[in-house]
Every structure is written in C-alpha cells, then in structure tokens.
Write a protein that binds this ligand. Structure first.
Ligand SMILES: [Zn+2]
Length: 372
C-alpha cells in the first residue's frame, strides 16, 4: 500500500487521474491530443509485482505505447534526483519464472545506479549529429557527453528502465578503448564494487517491455549488435529494436527476447563475428520460438553494419517489416531552446538536478575516420 501511495503521489503531479480504484488506475493521457483527451485511455499498474508486471508500468491504448515508471517520469521531465527518491524503495521486479529448464537459474539483475549520475553528462554530442542522428532521437535515448573524459555517453538500462551502466565512446581517435564501459572507478561514490553483467540486459528493451507485459502485441523485434545501430533503426521508424552489446547472445538475453513474444529478426553486422552468430543463433533460438529470421545483406556490403545504410536502402533490406514499422507516439520532440552552449560556459548545468537536460549541441571533435 505504501508503494502504491508513493507512486500515486508523484503521478498526481503530472497526470489527470480519472479513477484511482483497483490495480490499474485510469488516467487522461498527457501525450496525445495535446494532453486533452476526453475519455481516459492511459492506465498505470499499481498492483503488487505479479508475473512480469511491476508497479508503475503504464500503457496508453491510443498512443499504443508503454512506459516503465522511470521512463514515464523522464518523459514528464521530472528531475533525476526526484526520480531516484521516488523509485528507490520499489521492487526491482523479478522476471517471470518460466517452468522450462532453459530459463531456470538465470539472473536478470544488475545493480541500479542513481539517475542523478547522468546530470553530469547533459550535453548533446555534436559528433553523433554529424553522423546523421537527429537531435530528438539522441535526446530521447538520453545520450550525453562526458566533458572530463571526452566521451559520448550512452546510458545502459535494463528491461525495467533502471540505469545499470554507462558506455562512453571516445571522440579522440587516439583514445583506447574506443568504447569504454564505466566501472567501479567512475562510480566509486555511488556504487562500491560495481560490475556490469553485460549478458543480463538488452539495450532499448525498456522502451516497450512495459507495453508488452501489459498486453500490447509487439509486431517484430530486430536484434542488432550495438546501440548506435539500434538508434539508427529507431530513427528510421523501426522502434522495436534491441542491441546485444556485441555479437554474443546470452541465455538471459534470449529469454528476455522470447518473453516479448514477437517474431525475431537478427540483423547483426556484416563481418565475420556477426555473420557467424547469424548462422549459429537461429537454430538455438528456434528451439524456443518458431519465428526467428535473419536479415540478408545485399551483395557487396561486407564489413558494413545496419547504421551504414541510408533510409532507402534500409527499407529495401527490411522490406516485409514496413507495415509494422512507424513510431506510434513520439513524446520527445525538441531540446529546450535558448540554453547556453556548454562551449561558452563549460560549467553550465553541472551538478544541478533541476538544470536543463541538455544544452545546445556541443562540438566534441571531428568524426572518427572509422566511424562510417
Ligand atoms: Zn496516449
């Protein structure tokens, strides 16, 4: 009851609630029709953790989109420090135990980090704008920039939207490694003995996991290797995409994938590691699901990955998925305007939880030569 009241208290500040009775409270959706719908089509689950449902998951029937509690609060622009306070006592939600021996004994949890950590990185990385990413896409994925380490920051979230890690991509070609997963050194003040278990999550699953668990049919699931490829597909209308963080798929990741209940399309890189995995994985996955497909690259594209294709070629490669694509309900559309550029004032916004989420695009160096 306490958790229910705790969530209700914060939601009431941002949602018009139509009925707060029962496990599923109904609300007027704040996202479509400019927040002025006449009949409530948005609901939030506030019952006890049950199966794969955890308190705070929400879904809008008109937007046809779901949110984890943290994701919803982020969409409302709630300060990260407040999100941490509101959610710190919530159950993290054990995934549904399946009776098969396959899923027995698997671990899906990683230590949750405070959202407030991301306040340090609220700058838009111009490097990714130059690579063709749209600002609102970067914004919606919380992509930032670490001024101290000169790395583009990619938040890593588990299926429930908890921040579980940060990956930093170097902008200086001399920096090694190019992608670096922040660890106990960077997090020593907030999480002692921190260690990320890479095989226990799928990047971007949090964007639609709640919807799937609350009954939405997910039409397809595309599996890519990295978050840049996932963001690229998202930007081109393929929102149901996850990144493995490499070409290996763990049993935990496979279990999470299968739980969504959608046909799976493997679209790993067109290099040796990716293509070997594309040969190996379908047989393994098909023991659990009949609908596993591999996306075939056109001839002459050896060495490329999904983010190397422009919109037209991408749609040709992914033909057959067209009718299922398209973003249902785009929430984040623009950055706050008129914020000071962090170039002019490198200290702006730092350490303040109520600061603007990101500043104007920041020049972070020339694109890497190998970043095609
Ligand atoms: Zn809606």
């Amino acid at each position: 009851m306490q958790i229910r009241n705790q969530i209700l208290e914060v939601l009431e500040k941002h949602l018009r609630i139509a009925s707060a009775a029962g496990d599923n409270i109904s609300c007027y959706c704040p996202f479509h029709k400019g927040g002025k719908e006449s009949r409530p089509s948005f609901y939030v689950y506030l019952g006890p953790p049950e199966g794969s449902k955890v308190p705070g998951m929400s879904f809008c029937h008109t937007c046809n989109k779901g949110w984890s509690l943290k994701g919803l609060l982020r969409s409302f622009g709630v300060a990260r420090v407040v999100i941490d306070q509101v959610t710190k006592d919530l159950p993290q939600g054990a995934p549904r135990q399946t009776p098969t021996s396959y899923a027995r004994g698997l671990q899906f949890s990683n230590p949750a980090l405070p959202e407030e950590m991301l306040v340090l990185f609220e700058y838009c990385p111009k490097l990714l704008l130059k690579e063709g990413f749209e600002m609102d896409v970067l914004f919606s994925f919380d992509i930032g920039f670490d001024m101290d380490r000169r790395r583009v920051t990619f938040p890593l979230r588990d299926h429930l939207g908890n921040l579980i890690g940060i990956s930093g991509r170097a902008v200086d070609s001399s920096s090694f490694p190019r992608y670096y997963i922040y660890g106990s050194e960077e997090f020593r003040e907030v999480a002692s003995n921190y260690k990320l278990h890479k095989g226990r999550f799928l990047w971007n699953l949090d964007q639609y996991y709640a919807a799937a668990m609350l009954g939405k049919r997910i039409p397809y699931l595309i599996v890519v290797e990295g978050f840049k490829q996932a963001m690229w597909l998202y930007q081109h209308g393929y929102q149901y995409v996850v990144a493995l963080m490499g070409s290996h798929m763990s049993k935990e990741q496979a279990t999470l994938l299968l739980r969504i209940g959608a046909p799976i399309y493997l679209f790993l890189d067109n290099d040796d590691a990716g293509q070997k995995a594309m040969k190996r994985l379908p047989g393994w996955l098909r023991k659990q699901s009949p609908e596993v497909y591999t996306i075939v690259y056109p001839a002459g594209t050896e060495g490329l990955s999904p983010d190397d294709f422009d919109a037209e070629r991408l749609h040709i490669i992914l033909r057959g998925l067209h009718e299922h694509s398209g973003q249902d309900c785009k929430i984040q559309s623009t950055y706050p305007e008129g914020q000071q550029s962090c170039e002019a004032n490198p200290g702006s916004g730092r350490g303040q939880s109520n600061s603007p989420r990101m500043d104007q695009p920041h020049e972070v160096g020339a694109p890497d030569p190998d970043s095609v």
